[in-house]
Design a protein around this ligand. Structure first.
Ligand SMILES: [Zn+2]
Length: 540
């Protein structure tokens, strides 16, 4: 007796519907397991449904076209899985890979005939079952320590140096903002009360972290991009190759401890003596598991992280955004889907707390603690008590649009509103750190330097050559006005309104001297790799 044709037809149909679901689920589960997102979390499985359900729909649609339709549906889901999973830099590369995937699947379907669906389902089913249990994954925080760290010198005061990424300057706070006065007090009066000197007119000569920070540490300001950085070919991994600052501090006898993000590494420079480095993973979703948010919110975040580099999802988002005004005209209010570029502030806040805990252990003399903290950097998701906003639409990127105009007046202020909350959270975390030091006998001669690396960057127009004629003093302030405060036995507490470029500021630590006065100038990117020096108009 041969196989029952009705039963085998139903089995084939079932396989054709399920296969795309499995194909989209497998790489997603590999991603979450690589990021150490707990398997027991309901959010993980909700997010997984966000992959499986579109896959099943695609499979059902394909199965209507029988074997050919199924081959196309499976080919599309493999291409989409590749687009979602692989971090390729250009749309062209993505399209090539997607086309190759699609072609291979369709060829395999033709070659394998009716064995195709069972084989591909078994393969991806096996991945779905085994991937979440695979060991490894990248840790949220990675610690490395040198074996031959010298004993700390007790004759040298502790130096604590924290770069707060995107902390705008006091002069850059928009006066029209509801909470402007509170932020000004937090960044000026509160620091002065803690014995700091605050430079209200500090600015960065560079707009991007990867240009600003390497030049801060090398006290340099060349008219070129990527100075002092190794070419890693990876936009998400910058390695500093020159570090005049660490070398000078080491020559003074300091041991150096680094607290850094996975975005920029300060511990791998060939001649840089780093005794200890803690690296926090900025794009890790693992840390989101502990957020006090609902499973649905966390699922949305996890999916958002996963779809971050997808070309297809980007097109879908754009299409949906264009559809909304038309739907509104016929009385259908489609909800906004916010673009959430990740939760970099969450691991950064945990790292800042970790630095404070390390300082609380005492024995800090002779040590430079250097930290690069991606706060109050967008995404603005933390309220002033460092709790995430309950509604995801409140999780904001610094810009509403890519292109010539990044924000209109209302969009800019809406972003600033959330930025202020995240800045107040950041200030509170720094406050805890300062309180620990103040309670120690080292406070008297300790040196504490806190500064930003550029402005809030919540601009109407980004400072590029294309926008040159449109830039206003407000755009200059949003782009370049940054925070700078120092507590040092050599620097009396108070407020300075002298414009100081942070690329010159390390003389405060290295020599205990005010930076040399220089004309206030900043760099505007004119084209790829080209920077032009122009007067800083932020204080006009
Ligand atoms: Zn930055």
């Amino acid at each position: 007796m041969g196989p029952d044709p009705v039963a085998s037809g139903a089995r084939a149909r079932f396989g054709a519907i399920v296969a795309p679901g499995l194909i989209l689920a497998a790489p997603f589960l590999a991603f979450t397991s690589h990021n150490q997102y707990p398997l027991t979390s309901p959010a993980l499985w909700l997010a997984c449904l966000g992959m499986v359900v579109p896959g099943l729909l695609l499979g059902a649609l394909g199965s209507l076209g029988h074997r050919r339709g199924t081959a196309v549906a499976i080919g599309l889901s493999v291409a989409l899985a590749a687009d979602l999973h692989l971090r390729l830099s250009t749309p062209g590369e993505k399209l090539q890979v997607a086309l190759v995937c699609f072609g291979l699947v369709v060829a395999a379907a033709a070659a394998l005939g009716e064995r195709f669906v069972p084989i591909i389902s078994a393969f991806f089913g096996f991945l779905v079952l085994t991937t979440p249990l695979a060991p490894g994954g990248r840790p949220l925080m990675l610690e490395t320590a040198a074996a031959d760290a010298p004993a700390p010198r007790s004759d040298l005061p502790p130096v604590v140096h924290v770069i707060l990424d995107e902390q705008g300057g006091v002069a850059g706070i928009p006066p029209e903002l509801g909470e402007a006065a509170r932020l000004r007090t937090a960044l000026r009066e509160d620091y002065v009360a803690d014995d700091f000197k605050v430079y209200t007119r500090a600015y960065s000569r560079y707009y991007d972290s990867y240009n600003s920070i390497p030049n801060v540490l090398n006290l340099s300001s060349p008219a070129k991009e990527f100075a002092h950085l190794r070419d890693t070919g990876d936009e998400e991994l910058r390695i500093l190759d020159d570090n005049a600052y660490f070398q000078a501090m080491s020559a003074k006898g300091y041991r150096i401890r680094v607290y850094q993000s996975s975005y920029m590494d300060f511990s791998l420079a060939p001649a840089t003596p780093v005794d200890y480095a803690l690296t926090y993973e900025i794009h890790s979703i693992g840390i989101l598991a502990d957020l006090p948010a609902s499973p649905l919110q966390k699922a949305a975040l996890v999916l958002n992280s996963y779809t971050q580099s997808s070309w297809a999802v980007d097109r879908l988002r754009d299409g949906y955004a264009k559809l909304r005004p038309f739907a509104a005209k016929v009385g259908i209010a489609l909800p906004a889907v916010p673009r959430i570029p990740g939760g970099v502030g969450v691991p950064a806040a945990a790292t800042l707390k970790r630095l404070t805990a390390d300082l609380a252990r005492g024995d800090n003399r002779g040590t430079l603690y250097f930290a690069h903290i991606t706060l109050p950097h967008y995404t603005y998701l933390l309220d002033e008590n460092c709790k995430p906003w309950p509604a995801l639409v409140d999780w904001m990127d610094r810009r509403a649009h890519k292109g010539v105009q990044e924000n209109n007046t209302a969009e800019r202020l809406a972003r600033y509103d959330k930025y202020v909350s995240q800045s107040l959270c950041t200030r509170a975390l720094v406050g805890e750190l300062v309180d620990v030091l103040k309670a120690s006998p080292d406070w008297k001669d300790a040196v504490v330097l806190i500064h930003g690396d550029h402005g809030s960057r919540i601009t109407r127009h980004a400072p590029t050559g294309r926008n040159l004629t449109k830039l206003t003093p407000q755009d200059h302030r949003d782009s370049f006005a940054t925070f700078l405060a120092i507590k040092s036995p050599h620097v009396p507490a108070g407020v300075s309104e002298v414009p100081v470029a942070i690329q010159d500021a390390l003389s405060l630590v290295l020599d205990g001297e005010e930076p040399e006065p220089a004309p206030a100038e900043v760099y505007i990117r004119m084209g790829k790799g080209r920077l032009d020096r122009v007067p800083f108009r932020g204080f006009e």
